[in-house]
Design a protein around this ligand. Structure first.
Ligand SMILES: Cc1ncc(COP(=O)(O)O)c(C=O)c1O
Length: 454
């Protein structure tokens, strides 16, 4: 982390924290030095990296993960929110062990994907049909292709700050805030190298929870807009939830302007048995799923009502091409079935209870030390924003005091709390009230320290 622009007190805090991290994680550092030779930046994928060097984990069991030096961490990373049951859940291990010796990639019709799909259809009111792919990135790519095919229109509206994977059509407006042009929304902008700038022609960007802004875009450009795409949790913007009013308005406006409404529930599906759409009572035409529905194995799915899903119908003369060598492979599907069965109403309610305790405890700590930060929770996803008020959209989320974001992550890591690199925590059903208490004690110490150096 580059702390050079920060106050002397903050720079000193970084120094202390990095020294402590260095002393605890010698083997992680050693590994990182070795892996420089064969991985760009020393990591097998970007999201593993953080400064001063990434933590190297050895194994995980239940609510905990263990690093190469043997340190134990409560696992709030949870595979970027995928692992709702915790690590190596016995039901998942059993399901995978049963299928793994029977051929893992048969590349033919099988019974298991039907069972998995029926579980999704049963949980989700707006879902009749399912198609599988291997990641959330693929799911959003296939969903926007389906929307274009169904409506015959080329463009998509996304929300500023919302991450939908790293393909060219949606890797925009992730590091703003950017300029607003009334009626045209926010200028599509990408700082990601390698993204074809031509994709911006078919993209409009709105602010989450800005009903007027969204309507203005649809009123002016609705004739060329195939779909409005919303992640109801904005999980990758450190969690910024959509409001009830915005979700309802998005449903009404997309109907009015003959465009589809797509929800990206790759993360937010964990918030209710039927996803965040169940909590809002607002149902999209298509939903993108991934993460938890694969039980810890690579997965993605596009799900929705039969009428729209029929664009994928392989027997039709014209169809959207949707396939993938590893899509619906036996291991993923078996792990996914075990996870969906375990992650029932009782499990979701249990997680909700833990999450409420966590949220209340975090708020109480912030009040106790009068520390200017806020807590946002949507189901079992919870985040500390270093903003005085909970942000309502990405622009407000950008007002986070960055000097505290990385410091918070690394300080909590030193105290045995492993999380997504920003400030988001994903709870899992292997956690106990004692784990939450332990975490809150670490949170209290951290915020007390931060309050003393502001
Ligand atoms: C909301 C959302 N959509 C899409 C994706 C991309 O999913 P994947 O990493 O499986 O490609 C992510 C990943 O974090 C996500 O959070």
């Amino acid at each position: 982390m580059s702390a050079t622009n920060y106050s002397k007190e903050i720079q000193k805090a970084y120094q202390i924290t990095e020294q402590e991290y260095g002393a605890r994680t010698k083997k992680s550092k050693e590994l990182h030095l070795q892996t420089q030779s064969c991985f760009p930046g020393g990591v097998p994928k970007n999201s593993v990296y953080f400064k001063p060097y990434p933590l190297a984990l050895n194994n995980g069991k239940g609510a905990y993960v263990y690093d190469l030096d043997g340190n134990e961490y409560i696992d709030y990373m949870g595979g970027y929110s995928s692992m709702v049951l915790g690590n190596a859940h016995p039901a998942v291990v059993k399901a995978v062990s049963q299928v793994i010796s029977q051929g893992t990639l048969l590349s033919a019709a099988q019974e298991l994907p039907f069972e998995h799909a029926m579980l999704l259809c049963k949980r989700m009111k707006a879902v009749d049909q399912v198609r599988y792919c291997n990641s959330g990135t693929e799911a959003t790519l296939a969903a926007i292709k389906a929307a274009r095919a169904y409506t015959g229109k080329p463009a998509i509206v996304k929300m500023e700050g919302a991450y939908h994977g790293y393909h060219d059509f949606l890797e925009y407006n992730l590091s703003g805030p950017y300029e607003n042009h009334p009626g045209d929304g926010i200028m599509p902008y990408t700082s990601a190298l390698g993204v074809s700038r031509s994709t911006a022609q078919d993209l409009y960007v709105s602010q989450l929870n800005d009903i007027e802004g969204l309507e203005a875009i649809l009123a002016k450009h609705g004739h060329r807009i195939a779909a409005v795409l919303i992640d109801p949790s904005m999980g990758n913007a450190r969690i910024v939830p959509a409001t009830q009013k915005f979700m309802e308005a998005a449903r009404d406006l997309t109907k009015k302007y003959n465009t589809l409404l797509i929800f990206d529930e790759v993360m937010s599906f964990r918030t209710r048995v039927g996803g965040a759409q169940e909590a809002f009572g607002v149902y999209p035409d298509l939903t993108c799923l991934a993460k938890l529905i694969g039980g810890g194995f690579p997965v993605g799915a596009i799900v929705g009502k039969k009428e729209v899903m029929s664009v994928f119908d392989v027997t039709a003369k014209n169809k959207v091409n949707q396939s993938g060598t590893f899509s619906a492979n036996t291991v993923t599907i078996a792990a996914g079935i075990a996870t969906l069965k375990e992650f029932d109403h009782k499990a979701v309610d249990y997680l909700e209870t833990l999450s409420v305790t966590m949220e209340e405890g975090m708020r109480a700590t912030l009040n106790k030390y009068k520390f200017p930060a806020s807590v946002i929770r949507i189901g079992s996803m919870i985040s500390t924003h270093f903003t005085e008020k909970p942000p309502l959209n990405y622009v407000e989320a950008c007002h986070n005091r960055d000097e505290f974001v990385n410091l918070f992550f690394l300080t909590m890591l030193n105290k045995g709390v492993f999380s997504a690199h920003e400030t988001s925590w994903y709870l899992n059903t292997a956690m106990t009230p004692a784990d939450i208490e332990k975490t809150l004690a670490a949170y209290d110490q951290t915020i007390e320290w931060f309050a003393s150096i502001v």
